[in-house]
Design a protein around this ligand. Structure first.
Ligand SMILES: [Zn+2]
Length: 296
């Protein structure tokens, strides 16, 4: 497995990816776009310690205030430190805000029970200020920043941020690279379709939500994982196999080396739901699936 480090990485003038090693549970990437007057941040992080380091890196990079924060989706590792960006209005998909509000009933600290060693000090749920449905474009000076929703994928609310002129896409968790994709709350057929759309953009740089910055080849590898488990799971679903047994039975091949291969358990459960004809993101028993994942 290639190694990558935590760093602020310049991708184009004024455009940065903040990548965190090693991309495992609750260790996500973010972005920074600097304009003449102010700056845009893409996603906050999971806890205070991590966001403080990120903010130090921002301060080393620019003295412009962060006035806009984009949340790619409502998972905690992308939103739980929104409140540290005090001057920023927060923008996301309409359903992302709904999911954020629904999750506000649960204290993030309860996740520490299921993930031994996880530190969620300073994590807090802060609802976003601005929402949109399908597409929103904003301009920071001359740079066109397109926020696009393409349907259920990793969740039912993911957006990606497309900087067309620069050939850069901030994928959020629509892309996991060298880290196993997680579809517990999404839709795998829809996810493959969205990765096809992203590949079709012909961008030069794709920033995943977890894992190192990559290109179209990395994106296609991630697509290959989804396609592989979709095919393998279908055979076992048709044979009437129990989903947990199916998850343990599937040979992940090269993908077994990616971080968090145990996510096959959740992905198989999501595929079974799809094969039963349930709607994208239909609720599954998250706690039980999580426990099975951790057992594996
Ligand atoms: Zn996520």
């Amino acid at each position: 497995m290639p190694f990558w480090k935590t760093e602020m990485k310049e991708l184009a003038p004024g455009v940065f990816a903040y990548v965190q090693a090693d991309g495992t549970w609750f260790v996500s990437n973010a972005g920074l776009i600097i304009g003449k007057e102010d700056a845009i941040v893409i996603d906050s992080l999971s806890n205070e310690k991590r966001v403080r380091v990120f903010m130090e890196e921002i301060a080393k990079t620019t003295d412009k205030p962060v006035r806009l924060l984009i949340n790619t989706h409502s998972h905690g590792d992308h939103i739980w430190t929104n409140h540290f960006f005090k001057e920023a209005k927060v923008i996301c998909h309409e359903r992302c805000r709904e999911a954020t509000l629904a999750a506000a009933e649960v204290d993030p600290a309860t996740y520490e029970e299921n993930f031994p060693g996880l530190n969620l000090d300073g994590a807090q749920i802060t609802p976003q200020d601005i929402t949109f449905e399908n597409k929103l474009t904003l301009y920071t000076d001359d740079l066109k920043v397109q926020m696009i929703y393409n349907g259920p994928a990793h969740t039912t609310e993911d957006i990606f941020i497309y900087l067309e002129e620069a050939g850069i896409v901030f994928c959020g968790d629509l892309l996991f690279y060298l880290c196993t994709p997680l579809a517990l709350m999404g839709h795998i057929s829809g996810w493959i379709a969205t990765l096809d759309l992203l590949a079709g953009l012909g961008a030069e740089i794709y920033i995943p939500g977890h894992g190192p910055v990559t290109n179209k080849n990395g994106l296609l590898e991630s697509r290959e994982y989804l396609l592989h488990i979709q095919n393998e799971t279908k055979k076992r679903f048709d044979a009437g196999m129990d989903p947990f047994i199916a998850a343990k039975d599937i040979d992940l091949g090269e993908f077994a080396k990616w971080t968090n291969p145990e996510r096959i358990v959740a992905n198989v459960e999501r595929l079974y739901s799809e094969f039963r004809g349930e709607e994208p993101g239909a609720p599954l028993d998250g706690t039980s699936i999580l426990q099975k994942m951790m057992k594996l």
